[in-house]
Design a protein. Structure first.
Length: 647
Protein backbone atom coordinates (compact mmCIF):
# COMPACT_ATOMS: atom_id res chain seq x y z
CA UNK A 1 0.00 0.00 0.00
CA UNK A 2 1.36 3.33 -0.88
CA UNK A 3 4.66 1.72 -0.94
CA UNK A 4 5.91 4.87 -2.10
CA UNK A 5 8.21 4.82 0.71
CA UNK A 6 10.13 2.24 -0.95
CA UNK A 7 12.84 3.77 -2.95
CA UNK A 8 14.73 3.59 0.31
CA UNK A 9 15.61 0.05 0.65
CA UNK A 10 18.26 -1.17 -1.68
CA UNK A 11 21.40 0.19 -0.10
CA UNK A 12 24.26 -1.56 -1.81
CA UNK A 13 26.71 -1.00 0.97
CA UNK A 14 28.54 2.14 -0.14
CA UNK A 15 28.05 5.38 1.73
CA UNK A 16 27.29 7.31 -1.45
CA UNK A 17 24.67 4.85 -2.57
CA UNK A 18 23.13 4.69 0.91
CA UNK A 19 22.85 8.48 1.01
CA UNK A 20 21.21 8.49 -2.41
CA UNK A 21 18.65 5.90 -1.36
CA UNK A 22 17.92 7.75 1.88
CA UNK A 23 17.37 10.94 -0.13
CA UNK A 24 14.90 9.20 -2.43
CA UNK A 25 13.12 7.77 0.57
CA UNK A 26 12.79 11.17 2.26
CA UNK A 27 11.39 12.69 -0.93
CA UNK A 28 8.79 9.94 -1.19
CA UNK A 29 7.73 10.34 2.41
CA UNK A 30 7.38 14.08 2.07
CA UNK A 31 5.38 13.69 -1.14
CA UNK A 32 2.99 11.33 0.59
CA UNK A 33 2.64 13.51 3.63
CA UNK A 34 1.86 16.56 1.52
CA UNK A 35 -0.81 14.69 -0.39
CA UNK A 36 -2.30 13.28 2.81
CA UNK A 37 -1.97 16.40 4.91
CA UNK A 38 -5.45 16.20 6.37
CA UNK A 39 -7.26 13.51 8.29
CA UNK A 40 -9.57 11.44 6.16
CA UNK A 41 -12.57 9.22 6.79
CA UNK A 42 -11.03 5.95 7.87
CA UNK A 43 -13.95 4.55 9.84
CA UNK A 44 -15.60 1.50 8.42
CA UNK A 45 -19.03 1.99 6.92
CA UNK A 46 -21.54 -0.26 8.72
CA UNK A 47 -24.09 0.43 5.98
CA UNK A 48 -22.11 -1.86 3.64
CA UNK A 49 -21.72 -4.80 6.04
CA UNK A 50 -24.97 -6.54 5.06
CA UNK A 51 -23.90 -7.84 1.65
CA UNK A 52 -20.94 -9.70 0.18
CA UNK A 53 -19.61 -8.55 -3.21
CA UNK A 54 -18.93 -11.40 -5.62
CA UNK A 55 -18.21 -9.65 -8.91
CA UNK A 56 -17.77 -6.21 -10.50
CA UNK A 57 -18.03 -5.29 -14.16
CA UNK A 58 -16.57 -1.83 -14.66
CA UNK A 59 -17.40 -0.37 -18.09
CA UNK A 60 -15.63 2.99 -18.10
CA UNK A 61 -15.06 5.79 -20.59
CA UNK A 62 -12.10 8.10 -20.01
CA UNK A 63 -9.98 10.67 -21.83
CA UNK A 64 -6.45 11.09 -20.44
CA UNK A 65 -6.66 14.77 -21.31
CA UNK A 66 -9.75 15.30 -19.15
CA UNK A 67 -10.39 14.96 -15.41
CA UNK A 68 -13.70 13.23 -16.10
CA UNK A 69 -15.15 9.73 -16.02
CA UNK A 70 -18.39 8.13 -17.11
CA UNK A 71 -19.26 4.55 -16.52
CA UNK A 72 -21.57 1.71 -15.77
CA UNK A 73 -20.67 -0.60 -12.88
CA UNK A 74 -22.51 -3.88 -12.46
CA UNK A 75 -22.13 -5.62 -9.11
CA UNK A 76 -23.16 -9.14 -8.20
CA UNK A 77 -23.62 -9.57 -4.47
CA UNK A 78 -25.05 -11.96 -1.88
CA UNK A 79 -27.29 -10.72 0.91
CA UNK A 80 -25.89 -11.44 4.38
CA UNK A 81 -29.28 -10.59 5.89
CA UNK A 82 -32.72 -9.77 4.50
CA UNK A 83 -32.30 -6.54 2.51
CA UNK A 84 -34.75 -3.83 1.53
CA UNK A 85 -31.99 -1.46 0.38
CA UNK A 86 -28.32 -1.61 -0.62
CA UNK A 87 -25.67 1.06 -0.03
CA UNK A 88 -22.64 1.72 -2.24
CA UNK A 89 -19.96 4.30 -1.58
CA UNK A 90 -19.47 6.97 -4.26
CA UNK A 91 -18.22 10.53 -4.02
CA UNK A 92 -20.97 13.11 -4.09
CA UNK A 93 -18.92 14.89 -6.77
CA UNK A 94 -20.11 12.19 -9.17
CA UNK A 95 -23.68 12.09 -10.47
CA UNK A 96 -25.68 8.88 -10.65
CA UNK A 97 -28.12 8.91 -13.58
CA UNK A 98 -29.71 5.50 -13.07
CA UNK A 99 -29.71 2.28 -11.07
CA UNK A 100 -31.07 -0.88 -12.64
CA UNK A 101 -31.72 -4.38 -11.44
CA UNK A 102 -32.05 -6.89 -14.26
CA UNK A 103 -32.99 -4.02 -16.59
CA UNK A 104 -35.59 -2.48 -14.29
CA UNK A 105 -35.05 1.06 -13.00
CA UNK A 106 -34.85 1.38 -9.23
CA UNK A 107 -35.25 4.43 -7.04
CA UNK A 108 -32.23 5.68 -5.13
CA UNK A 109 -31.01 8.60 -3.05
CA UNK A 110 -27.67 10.14 -2.11
CA UNK A 111 -26.47 10.75 1.45
CA UNK A 112 -24.15 13.48 2.67
CA UNK A 113 -21.70 10.70 3.49
CA UNK A 114 -20.82 9.88 -0.16
CA UNK A 115 -23.31 7.05 -0.45
CA UNK A 116 -25.76 5.76 -3.05
CA UNK A 117 -28.75 4.28 -1.24
CA UNK A 118 -30.67 1.93 -3.53
CA UNK A 119 -34.24 0.92 -2.75
CA UNK A 120 -34.96 -2.68 -3.71
CA UNK A 121 -38.40 -3.45 -5.24
CA UNK A 122 -38.73 -6.54 -3.04
CA UNK A 123 -36.97 -7.91 0.01
CA UNK A 124 -33.81 -9.74 -1.01
CA UNK A 125 -33.53 -12.64 1.39
CA UNK A 126 -30.34 -13.70 3.10
CA UNK A 127 -27.98 -15.83 0.93
CA UNK A 128 -29.75 -14.76 -2.28
CA UNK A 129 -27.47 -13.63 -5.15
CA UNK A 130 -28.54 -10.61 -7.18
CA UNK A 131 -27.01 -7.76 -9.17
CA UNK A 132 -27.29 -4.00 -9.57
CA UNK A 133 -26.03 -1.67 -12.32
CA UNK A 134 -25.13 1.93 -11.48
CA UNK A 135 -24.65 4.45 -14.31
CA UNK A 136 -22.73 7.56 -13.27
CA UNK A 137 -20.47 10.37 -14.51
CA UNK A 138 -18.60 13.42 -13.34
CA UNK A 139 -15.33 14.98 -12.28
CA UNK A 140 -13.66 12.93 -9.53
CA UNK A 141 -12.40 15.03 -6.62
CA UNK A 142 -8.67 15.66 -6.22
CA UNK A 143 -8.47 15.40 -2.43
CA UNK A 144 -6.36 13.10 -0.30
CA UNK A 145 -3.88 10.98 -2.26
CA UNK A 146 -5.42 11.96 -5.60
CA UNK A 147 -7.35 8.85 -6.51
CA UNK A 148 -8.04 9.84 -10.13
CA UNK A 149 -5.52 12.03 -11.94
CA UNK A 150 -5.42 13.34 -15.51
CA UNK A 151 -2.14 15.10 -16.30
CA UNK A 152 0.68 14.92 -18.87
CA UNK A 153 4.09 13.38 -19.41
CA UNK A 154 6.37 14.82 -22.05
CA UNK A 155 3.34 16.91 -23.23
CA UNK A 156 1.25 13.74 -23.73
CA UNK A 157 -1.95 13.20 -21.71
CA UNK A 158 -1.90 10.42 -19.12
CA UNK A 159 -4.55 9.24 -16.67
CA UNK A 160 -4.12 6.98 -13.69
CA UNK A 161 -5.87 5.99 -10.46
CA UNK A 162 -4.49 5.37 -6.98
CA UNK A 163 -7.21 4.50 -4.46
CA UNK A 164 -5.35 3.56 -1.29
CA UNK A 165 -6.52 3.93 1.35
CA UNK A 166 -10.07 5.19 0.68
CA UNK A 167 -10.08 6.73 -2.77
CA UNK A 168 -11.85 4.03 -4.79
CA UNK A 169 -15.22 5.69 -4.18
CA UNK A 170 -13.83 8.88 -5.70
CA UNK A 171 -14.04 7.35 -9.18
CA UNK A 172 -16.41 4.35 -9.08
CA UNK A 173 -19.28 3.03 -6.90
CA UNK A 174 -17.92 0.35 -4.59
CA UNK A 175 -17.62 -1.09 -1.11
CA UNK A 176 -14.17 -0.13 0.09
CA UNK A 177 -13.94 -1.29 3.70
CA UNK A 178 -11.38 -3.94 4.62
CA UNK A 179 -14.02 -6.61 5.19
CA UNK A 180 -14.83 -7.87 1.71
CA UNK A 181 -12.85 -8.90 -1.35
CA UNK A 182 -14.43 -9.09 -4.79
CA UNK A 183 -14.11 -12.62 -6.17
CA UNK A 184 -13.40 -11.44 -9.73
CA UNK A 185 -13.66 -8.38 -11.95
CA UNK A 186 -13.94 -7.44 -15.59
CA UNK A 187 -12.76 -3.97 -16.55
CA UNK A 188 -13.63 -2.37 -19.90
CA UNK A 189 -11.87 0.90 -20.70
CA UNK A 190 -13.01 3.02 -23.63
CA UNK A 191 -10.55 5.71 -24.67
CA UNK A 192 -8.84 7.10 -27.77
CA UNK A 193 -7.36 4.39 -29.98
CA UNK A 194 -3.83 5.83 -29.86
CA UNK A 195 -3.65 5.16 -26.14
CA UNK A 196 -2.88 1.89 -24.37
CA UNK A 197 -5.20 1.14 -21.46
CA UNK A 198 -4.07 -0.74 -18.34
CA UNK A 199 -5.94 -2.57 -15.58
CA UNK A 200 -5.61 -5.55 -13.25
CA UNK A 201 -5.45 -9.05 -14.67
CA UNK A 202 -4.96 -10.19 -18.22
CA UNK A 203 -5.93 -8.19 -21.28
CA UNK A 204 -8.62 -10.10 -23.15
CA UNK A 205 -9.17 -7.84 -26.15
CA UNK A 206 -8.93 -4.38 -27.66
CA UNK A 207 -11.61 -3.56 -30.21
CA UNK A 208 -12.37 -0.50 -32.33
CA UNK A 209 -15.70 1.03 -31.28
CA UNK A 210 -15.68 3.92 -33.75
CA UNK A 211 -15.17 7.63 -33.38
CA UNK A 212 -11.44 7.17 -32.95
CA UNK A 213 -11.98 5.12 -29.79
CA UNK A 214 -11.19 1.57 -28.69
CA UNK A 215 -12.48 -0.56 -25.82
CA UNK A 216 -9.92 -2.67 -23.94
CA UNK A 217 -11.09 -5.56 -21.79
CA UNK A 218 -9.18 -6.93 -18.76
CA UNK A 219 -10.23 -9.87 -16.60
CA UNK A 220 -8.93 -10.51 -13.08
CA UNK A 221 -10.03 -13.81 -11.58
CA UNK A 222 -8.63 -13.57 -8.05
CA UNK A 223 -10.18 -11.95 -4.96
CA UNK A 224 -9.28 -8.27 -4.74
CA UNK A 225 -10.18 -5.37 -2.41
CA UNK A 226 -11.59 -2.19 -3.92
CA UNK A 227 -8.51 -0.09 -3.16
CA UNK A 228 -6.28 -2.33 -5.33
CA UNK A 229 -8.42 -2.01 -8.46
CA UNK A 230 -6.75 0.45 -10.84
CA UNK A 231 -6.77 1.80 -14.39
CA UNK A 232 -4.39 3.92 -16.48
CA UNK A 233 -4.07 5.10 -20.07
CA UNK A 234 -1.53 6.93 -22.22
CA UNK A 235 0.77 6.22 -25.18
CA UNK A 236 2.58 3.45 -23.34
CA UNK A 237 5.36 1.38 -24.84
CA UNK A 238 4.90 -2.25 -23.84
CA UNK A 239 7.78 -4.55 -22.93
CA UNK A 240 7.07 -8.15 -21.88
CA UNK A 241 9.29 -10.49 -19.87
CA UNK A 242 8.93 -14.04 -18.58
CA UNK A 243 8.47 -14.59 -14.87
CA UNK A 244 8.46 -17.50 -12.48
CA UNK A 245 10.47 -20.59 -11.71
CA UNK A 246 8.59 -22.56 -14.33
CA UNK A 247 7.84 -25.93 -12.77
CA UNK A 248 5.45 -28.40 -14.36
CA UNK A 249 2.88 -27.58 -11.71
CA UNK A 250 3.42 -23.82 -11.95
CA UNK A 251 4.22 -22.65 -15.48
CA UNK A 252 5.79 -19.37 -16.43
CA UNK A 253 3.71 -16.19 -16.56
CA UNK A 254 4.16 -12.85 -18.35
CA UNK A 255 5.64 -9.74 -16.77
CA UNK A 256 4.10 -6.86 -18.74
CA UNK A 257 5.74 -3.43 -18.46
CA UNK A 258 3.87 -0.29 -19.57
CA UNK A 259 6.39 2.53 -19.99
CA UNK A 260 6.42 6.14 -21.14
CA UNK A 261 8.15 6.14 -24.55
CA UNK A 262 10.61 8.84 -23.48
CA UNK A 263 11.96 6.66 -20.64
CA UNK A 264 11.36 3.22 -22.15
CA UNK A 265 15.02 2.51 -22.85
CA UNK A 266 16.10 3.25 -19.27
CA UNK A 267 13.13 1.41 -17.83
CA UNK A 268 13.72 -1.64 -20.00
CA UNK A 269 17.17 -1.84 -18.45
CA UNK A 270 15.89 -1.29 -14.91
CA UNK A 271 13.19 -4.00 -15.06
CA UNK A 272 15.70 -6.61 -16.24
CA UNK A 273 16.12 -7.56 -12.56
CA UNK A 274 12.40 -8.30 -12.15
CA UNK A 275 12.48 -12.05 -13.00
CA UNK A 276 15.43 -12.55 -10.64
CA UNK A 277 13.57 -10.95 -7.73
CA UNK A 278 10.29 -12.72 -8.43
CA UNK A 279 12.14 -16.06 -8.62
CA UNK A 280 13.77 -15.31 -5.25
CA UNK A 281 10.39 -14.56 -3.66
CA UNK A 282 8.86 -17.71 -5.14
CA UNK A 283 11.72 -19.86 -3.85
CA UNK A 284 11.63 -18.26 -0.40
CA UNK A 285 7.89 -18.08 0.17
CA UNK A 286 5.22 -19.55 -2.12
CA UNK A 287 4.55 -19.29 -5.88
CA UNK A 288 3.55 -15.88 -7.21
CA UNK A 289 -0.06 -15.56 -6.04
CA UNK A 290 -1.50 -14.50 -9.43
CA UNK A 291 0.33 -16.92 -11.70
CA UNK A 292 -2.64 -17.52 -14.00
CA UNK A 293 -2.52 -13.89 -15.07
CA UNK A 294 0.47 -11.54 -15.06
CA UNK A 295 2.75 -9.37 -13.07
CA UNK A 296 3.96 -6.04 -14.37
CA UNK A 297 4.75 -2.36 -13.92
CA UNK A 298 2.81 0.64 -15.17
CA UNK A 299 4.53 4.00 -15.18
CA UNK A 300 2.68 6.91 -13.58
CA UNK A 301 3.61 10.32 -12.25
CA UNK A 302 2.88 10.22 -8.57
CA UNK A 303 6.27 9.80 -6.88
CA UNK A 304 6.86 6.27 -5.71
CA UNK A 305 4.85 3.15 -6.36
CA UNK A 306 1.57 1.42 -5.60
CA UNK A 307 1.07 -2.33 -5.48
CA UNK A 308 -2.11 -2.70 -7.52
CA UNK A 309 -2.75 -6.42 -7.87
CA UNK A 310 -0.86 -7.88 -10.88
CA UNK A 311 0.38 -4.44 -12.01
CA UNK A 312 2.34 -2.10 -9.74
CA UNK A 313 2.11 1.56 -10.67
CA UNK A 314 5.62 3.01 -10.62
CA UNK A 315 7.49 6.29 -10.88
CA UNK A 316 10.84 6.47 -12.63
CA UNK A 317 13.75 8.25 -10.98
CA UNK A 318 15.62 11.22 -12.37
CA UNK A 319 17.55 8.85 -14.63
CA UNK A 320 14.30 7.64 -16.20
CA UNK A 321 14.53 4.20 -14.58
CA UNK A 322 12.83 2.45 -11.69
CA UNK A 323 14.99 1.82 -8.65
CA UNK A 324 15.61 -1.81 -7.79
CA UNK A 325 14.35 -1.15 -4.26
CA UNK A 326 11.03 0.12 -5.58
CA UNK A 327 10.66 -2.92 -7.84
CA UNK A 328 11.42 -5.24 -4.91
CA UNK A 329 9.07 -3.49 -2.49
CA UNK A 330 6.02 -3.29 -4.75
CA UNK A 331 6.52 -6.84 -5.95
CA UNK A 332 6.75 -8.04 -2.35
CA UNK A 333 3.29 -6.67 -1.76
CA UNK A 334 1.82 -9.15 -4.22
CA UNK A 335 2.36 -11.73 -1.46
CA UNK A 336 2.02 -9.53 1.62
CA UNK A 337 -0.72 -6.99 1.01
CA UNK A 338 -2.42 -8.33 -2.12
CA UNK A 339 -2.71 -12.08 -1.49
CA UNK A 340 -3.02 -11.62 2.29
CA UNK A 341 -4.25 -8.10 3.04
CA UNK A 342 -4.23 -6.26 6.35
CA UNK A 343 -7.66 -6.59 7.92
CA UNK A 344 -7.63 -3.08 9.35
CA UNK A 345 -5.53 0.02 8.90
CA UNK A 346 -4.25 -0.58 12.46
CA UNK A 347 -2.56 -3.69 11.03
CA UNK A 348 -0.95 -1.87 8.08
CA UNK A 349 2.48 -3.19 9.11
CA UNK A 350 1.38 -6.59 7.80
CA UNK A 351 1.52 -4.94 4.38
CA UNK A 352 4.23 -2.30 4.67
CA UNK A 353 6.57 -3.92 7.17
CA UNK A 354 6.65 -7.09 5.09
CA UNK A 355 7.22 -5.35 1.75
CA UNK A 356 10.00 -3.30 3.32
CA UNK A 357 11.65 -6.40 4.75
CA UNK A 358 11.34 -8.34 1.49
CA UNK A 359 13.17 -5.50 -0.26
CA UNK A 360 15.82 -5.71 2.45
CA UNK A 361 16.10 -9.45 1.86
CA UNK A 362 16.76 -8.73 -1.81
CA UNK A 363 19.78 -6.73 -0.66
CA UNK A 364 20.88 -9.69 1.46
CA UNK A 365 20.39 -12.12 -1.42
CA UNK A 366 21.91 -10.08 -4.25
CA UNK A 367 24.45 -7.82 -2.53
CA UNK A 368 25.62 -9.81 0.47
CA UNK A 369 25.72 -9.53 4.24
CA UNK A 370 27.61 -6.25 4.47
CA UNK A 371 25.01 -4.40 2.40
CA UNK A 372 22.23 -6.11 4.36
CA UNK A 373 23.77 -4.90 7.64
CA UNK A 374 24.05 -1.37 6.26
CA UNK A 375 20.39 -1.44 5.29
CA UNK A 376 19.26 -2.73 8.68
CA UNK A 377 21.37 -0.11 10.43
CA UNK A 378 19.66 2.60 8.37
CA UNK A 379 16.27 1.32 9.50
CA UNK A 380 17.38 1.15 13.15
CA UNK A 381 18.62 4.73 12.96
CA UNK A 382 15.20 5.82 11.69
CA UNK A 383 13.32 3.81 14.36
CA UNK A 384 15.42 5.11 17.26
CA UNK A 385 15.31 8.74 16.11
CA UNK A 386 12.35 9.03 18.49
CA UNK A 387 11.95 7.27 21.82
CA UNK A 388 8.33 6.15 21.45
CA UNK A 389 5.89 4.77 18.89
CA UNK A 390 4.25 1.37 18.44
CA UNK A 391 3.75 -0.56 15.23
CA UNK A 392 0.12 -1.32 16.04
CA UNK A 393 -2.02 1.81 16.06
CA UNK A 394 -4.60 3.11 18.47
CA UNK A 395 -8.09 3.88 17.20
CA UNK A 396 -7.22 7.58 17.14
CA UNK A 397 -3.98 7.01 15.22
CA UNK A 398 -5.85 4.93 12.65
CA UNK A 399 -7.77 8.07 11.68
CA UNK A 400 -4.60 9.77 10.47
CA UNK A 401 -3.19 8.91 7.05
CA UNK A 402 0.20 10.31 8.03
CA UNK A 403 0.36 7.90 10.96
CA UNK A 404 -0.89 4.94 8.94
CA UNK A 405 1.90 5.46 6.43
CA UNK A 406 4.60 6.30 8.97
CA UNK A 407 7.95 5.42 7.43
CA UNK A 408 9.51 5.07 10.89
CA UNK A 409 6.90 2.75 12.40
CA UNK A 410 4.75 0.99 9.78
CA UNK A 411 7.67 0.50 7.40
CA UNK A 412 11.03 0.47 9.18
CA UNK A 413 10.01 -0.78 12.61
CA UNK A 414 7.65 -3.30 11.03
CA UNK A 415 10.51 -4.61 8.88
CA UNK A 416 13.00 -4.80 11.75
CA UNK A 417 10.51 -6.57 14.01
CA UNK A 418 10.24 -9.21 11.30
CA UNK A 419 14.02 -9.42 11.23
CA UNK A 420 14.04 -9.91 15.01
CA UNK A 421 11.43 -12.66 14.72
CA UNK A 422 13.67 -14.31 12.14
CA UNK A 423 16.63 -14.00 14.51
CA UNK A 424 14.63 -15.34 17.45
CA UNK A 425 12.99 -18.27 15.64
CA UNK A 426 15.78 -19.13 13.20
CA UNK A 427 15.42 -19.20 9.42
CA UNK A 428 13.80 -22.62 9.16
CA UNK A 429 10.92 -21.94 11.54
CA UNK A 430 10.50 -18.29 10.49
CA UNK A 431 10.07 -18.99 6.79
CA UNK A 432 7.95 -22.06 7.41
CA UNK A 433 5.64 -19.92 9.54
CA UNK A 434 5.37 -17.29 6.81
CA UNK A 435 4.60 -19.89 4.16
CA UNK A 436 1.88 -21.33 6.39
CA UNK A 437 0.50 -17.80 6.91
CA UNK A 438 0.35 -17.17 3.17
CA UNK A 439 -1.26 -20.56 2.48
CA UNK A 440 -3.77 -20.50 5.32
CA UNK A 441 -7.11 -21.05 3.53
CA UNK A 442 -8.80 -18.58 5.88
CA UNK A 443 -6.25 -15.84 5.14
CA UNK A 444 -5.15 -16.52 1.55
CA UNK A 445 -6.80 -14.05 -0.86
CA UNK A 446 -8.54 -12.59 2.18
CA UNK A 447 -7.67 -10.46 5.21
CA UNK A 448 -5.39 -10.98 8.22
CA UNK A 449 -4.79 -9.20 11.49
CA UNK A 450 -1.72 -9.28 13.70
CA UNK A 451 -2.82 -12.23 15.90
CA UNK A 452 -3.10 -14.37 12.74
CA UNK A 453 0.59 -13.87 11.99
CA UNK A 454 1.51 -14.46 15.63
CA UNK A 455 -0.44 -17.74 15.72
CA UNK A 456 1.33 -19.12 12.65
CA UNK A 457 4.77 -18.20 13.99
CA UNK A 458 3.97 -19.70 17.40
CA UNK A 459 2.84 -22.94 15.76
CA UNK A 460 6.29 -23.53 14.23
CA UNK A 461 8.23 -22.04 17.16
CA UNK A 462 6.46 -24.30 19.63
CA UNK A 463 6.19 -21.62 22.28
CA UNK A 464 4.29 -18.43 23.01
CA UNK A 465 5.40 -15.20 21.38
CA UNK A 466 2.96 -13.06 23.34
CA UNK A 467 5.68 -11.34 25.35
CA UNK A 468 7.55 -10.48 22.14
CA UNK A 469 4.45 -9.10 20.41
CA UNK A 470 3.44 -7.15 23.51
CA UNK A 471 6.85 -5.50 23.71
CA UNK A 472 7.60 -4.92 20.04
CA UNK A 473 4.24 -4.63 18.25
CA UNK A 474 1.69 -3.33 20.73
CA UNK A 475 3.91 -1.26 23.03
CA UNK A 476 6.49 1.38 22.35
CA UNK A 477 10.18 2.15 22.25
CA UNK A 478 13.32 0.02 22.28
CA UNK A 479 16.06 -1.12 24.68
CA UNK A 480 19.47 0.43 25.28
CA UNK A 481 22.04 -2.16 26.37
CA UNK A 482 25.13 -1.99 28.57
CA UNK A 483 27.18 -5.16 28.12
CA UNK A 484 30.36 -6.15 29.89
CA UNK A 485 32.51 -9.23 29.47
CA UNK A 486 35.64 -10.55 31.13
CA UNK A 487 37.76 -13.66 31.11
CA UNK A 488 37.44 -16.16 33.96
CA UNK A 489 39.98 -18.67 32.72
CA UNK A 490 39.69 -22.28 31.62
CA UNK A 491 38.40 -21.19 28.20
CA UNK A 492 35.45 -19.28 29.58
CA UNK A 493 34.23 -15.72 29.89
CA UNK A 494 31.31 -14.13 31.68
CA UNK A 495 28.99 -11.70 29.87
CA UNK A 496 26.73 -9.37 31.89
CA UNK A 497 23.76 -7.68 30.19
CA UNK A 498 21.97 -4.62 31.53
CA UNK A 499 19.13 -2.85 29.78
CA UNK A 500 17.18 0.39 29.98
CA UNK A 501 14.03 1.16 28.00
CA UNK A 502 13.30 4.26 25.94
CA UNK A 503 9.59 4.25 26.78
CA UNK A 504 7.77 3.37 30.00
CA UNK A 505 5.22 1.18 28.19
CA UNK A 506 7.73 -1.71 28.28
CA UNK A 507 9.39 -2.61 31.59
CA UNK A 508 11.82 -5.08 30.00
CA UNK A 509 12.47 -6.33 26.46
CA UNK A 510 13.01 -10.07 26.67
CA UNK A 511 15.19 -10.76 23.64
CA UNK A 512 18.01 -12.95 22.40
CA UNK A 513 20.93 -10.51 22.46
CA UNK A 514 23.72 -10.81 19.85
CA UNK A 515 27.17 -10.47 21.43
CA UNK A 516 30.57 -10.95 19.74
CA UNK A 517 33.70 -11.67 21.76
CA UNK A 518 36.99 -10.88 20.04
CA UNK A 519 40.56 -12.01 20.53
CA UNK A 520 44.03 -11.23 19.23
CA UNK A 521 44.76 -11.76 15.55
CA UNK A 522 41.21 -11.14 14.38
CA UNK A 523 39.66 -14.06 16.27
CA UNK A 524 35.98 -13.74 17.16
CA UNK A 525 33.01 -15.80 18.28
CA UNK A 526 29.32 -14.85 18.20
CA UNK A 527 26.77 -15.62 20.90
CA UNK A 528 22.98 -15.42 21.03
CA UNK A 529 22.18 -14.80 24.70
CA UNK A 530 18.55 -15.15 25.85
CA UNK A 531 18.28 -12.09 28.07
CA UNK A 532 15.20 -12.23 30.33
CA UNK A 533 16.16 -10.09 33.35
CA UNK A 534 18.30 -7.06 34.01
CA UNK A 535 21.85 -7.73 35.15
CA UNK A 536 21.73 -11.27 33.80
CA UNK A 537 25.09 -13.02 33.57
CA UNK A 538 26.11 -15.71 31.10
CA UNK A 539 29.16 -17.94 31.30
CA UNK A 540 30.24 -18.78 27.76
CA UNK A 541 32.93 -21.00 26.34
CA UNK A 542 35.45 -19.12 24.25
CA UNK A 543 38.51 -20.72 22.58
CA UNK A 544 40.77 -17.69 23.05
CA UNK A 545 41.55 -14.96 25.54
CA UNK A 546 38.92 -12.27 25.15
CA UNK A 547 40.34 -8.87 24.25
CA UNK A 548 37.09 -7.12 23.27
CA UNK A 549 33.29 -7.32 23.17
CA UNK A 550 30.97 -5.98 20.44
CA UNK A 551 27.16 -5.76 20.53
CA UNK A 552 24.74 -6.31 17.64
CA UNK A 553 27.42 -6.64 14.96
CA UNK A 554 24.94 -7.71 12.28
CA UNK A 555 22.23 -5.27 13.40
CA UNK A 556 19.86 -8.12 14.16
CA UNK A 557 17.82 -6.28 16.83
CA UNK A 558 16.54 -2.76 17.42
CA UNK A 559 18.62 -0.88 19.98
CA UNK A 560 20.15 2.55 20.28
CA UNK A 561 23.74 3.34 21.17
CA UNK A 562 24.51 1.31 24.29
CA UNK A 563 27.92 0.14 25.40
CA UNK A 564 29.94 -3.05 25.25
CA UNK A 565 33.17 -3.16 27.20
CA UNK A 566 35.77 -5.66 28.39
CA UNK A 567 35.86 -5.37 32.20
CA UNK A 568 38.30 -6.47 34.86
CA UNK A 569 37.44 -8.37 38.03
CA UNK A 570 37.51 -6.67 41.42
CA UNK A 571 40.81 -8.35 42.15
CA UNK A 572 40.99 -7.17 45.75
CA UNK A 573 37.59 -8.68 46.51
CA UNK A 574 38.47 -11.79 44.54
CA UNK A 575 41.55 -12.37 46.67
CA UNK A 576 39.50 -12.15 49.87
CA UNK A 577 36.82 -14.63 48.79
CA UNK A 578 37.53 -18.31 49.16
CA UNK A 579 35.65 -21.47 48.25
CA UNK A 580 36.41 -24.67 50.16
CA UNK A 581 36.96 -27.53 49.96
CA UNK A 582 38.15 -27.37 46.37
CA UNK A 583 38.15 -30.00 44.92
CA UNK A 584 35.01 -31.23 46.67
CA UNK A 585 33.05 -34.44 46.76
CA UNK A 586 29.73 -33.14 48.10
CA UNK A 587 29.40 -29.58 49.43
CA UNK A 588 31.18 -26.23 49.46
CA UNK A 589 31.32 -23.15 51.65
CA UNK A 590 31.99 -19.59 50.54
CA UNK A 591 33.94 -17.29 52.81
CA UNK A 592 33.56 -13.49 52.37
CA UNK A 593 35.28 -10.53 54.00
CA UNK A 594 33.31 -8.68 56.66
CA UNK A 595 32.73 -5.76 54.27
CA UNK A 596 30.80 -7.88 51.74
CA UNK A 597 27.34 -9.37 52.21
CA UNK A 598 26.49 -12.61 50.38
CA UNK A 599 23.72 -12.40 47.78
CA UNK A 600 23.64 -15.58 45.74
CA UNK A 601 25.80 -18.06 43.90
CA UNK A 602 25.13 -19.36 40.40
CA UNK A 603 26.77 -22.62 39.26
CA UNK A 604 27.58 -23.27 35.58
CA UNK A 605 28.97 -26.36 33.90
CA UNK A 606 31.73 -26.43 31.29
CA UNK A 607 29.17 -25.87 28.52
CA UNK A 608 28.05 -22.61 30.12
CA UNK A 609 24.73 -24.13 31.23
CA UNK A 610 23.32 -22.89 34.52
CA UNK A 611 23.05 -25.84 36.93
CA UNK A 612 21.59 -24.03 39.91
CA UNK A 613 21.37 -20.87 42.01
CA UNK A 614 21.91 -20.89 45.77
CA UNK A 615 20.94 -18.26 48.31
CA UNK A 616 23.18 -19.53 51.12
CA UNK A 617 27.02 -19.46 51.20
CA UNK A 618 26.96 -23.17 52.08
CA UNK A 619 25.30 -25.71 49.78
CA UNK A 620 25.56 -29.29 48.56
CA UNK A 621 26.62 -30.34 45.07
CA UNK A 622 25.63 -33.99 45.34
CA UNK A 623 23.39 -33.76 42.27
CA UNK A 624 26.26 -32.66 39.99
CA UNK A 625 28.42 -35.02 37.96
CA UNK A 626 32.16 -34.94 38.36
CA UNK A 627 33.88 -32.16 36.46
CA UNK A 628 34.84 -28.49 36.33
CA UNK A 629 32.27 -25.86 37.33
CA UNK A 630 32.25 -22.05 37.37
CA UNK A 631 30.67 -19.98 40.12
CA UNK A 632 29.29 -16.45 39.86
CA UNK A 633 29.24 -15.20 43.45
CA UNK A 634 27.14 -12.06 43.85
CA UNK A 635 27.90 -9.85 46.84
CA UNK A 636 27.08 -6.37 48.05
CA UNK A 637 30.48 -5.28 46.73
CA UNK A 638 30.05 -6.76 43.27
CA UNK A 639 30.27 -10.13 41.53
CA UNK A 640 33.34 -12.34 41.41
CA UNK A 641 34.05 -15.67 39.78
CA UNK A 642 35.61 -18.87 41.01
CA UNK A 643 36.20 -22.27 39.47
CA UNK A 644 35.79 -25.51 41.40
CA UNK A 645 36.25 -29.21 40.72
CA UNK A 646 33.60 -31.74 41.71
CA UNK A 647 35.10 -35.25 42.20
Amino acid sequence: MKNLYLFIFLCLGTATFAQSIAGEFDELVQAEKRSAAKKMRLQTNPNTYNYDVKYHRLDLTIDPADQYISGEVTTKYVAKEDLSSVVFELSNDLTVSSVKQRGIDLSFSRSSNNEVIINLPNVQFMTVLDSLTITYAGIPPTTGFGAFIATTHNNTPVLWTLSEPFGAMEWWPCKQDLNDKVDSIDVYITTQTQYTAVANGLQQSKIDVGGGNSKTHFHHGYPIPAYLIAIAATNYSVFTQQGGLGTAQSPYFPIVNYMYPETAAANTTSVAITPTIINFYEATFVPYPFRNEKYGHCQFGWGGGMEHTTVSFMTAGNNGAYSRSLIAHEMGHQWFGDKVTCGSWKDIWLNEGFATYLASMVIENLDGDAAFVTNKNSMITSITSQSNGAIYMTDAEALDVNRIFSSRLSYNKGAMVLNMLRYKLGDTAFFEGLRNYLNDPVLAYAYAVTPDLQAHLEAVYGSSLQEFFNDWVYNQGYPVYAITAHNIGNGQAVVTINQTQSDASVNFFEMPVPVRLTGAGGLFQDYKLENTVNGEQFIVNVPFTVTGVVFNVKKDIISKNGSAVLANENFALNEMVSVYPNPTTSAISISLPATAAFGSCEVYNALGQKMGEYLSPEFALNQLAAGMYSLIIKTSEGSIHKNIIKK
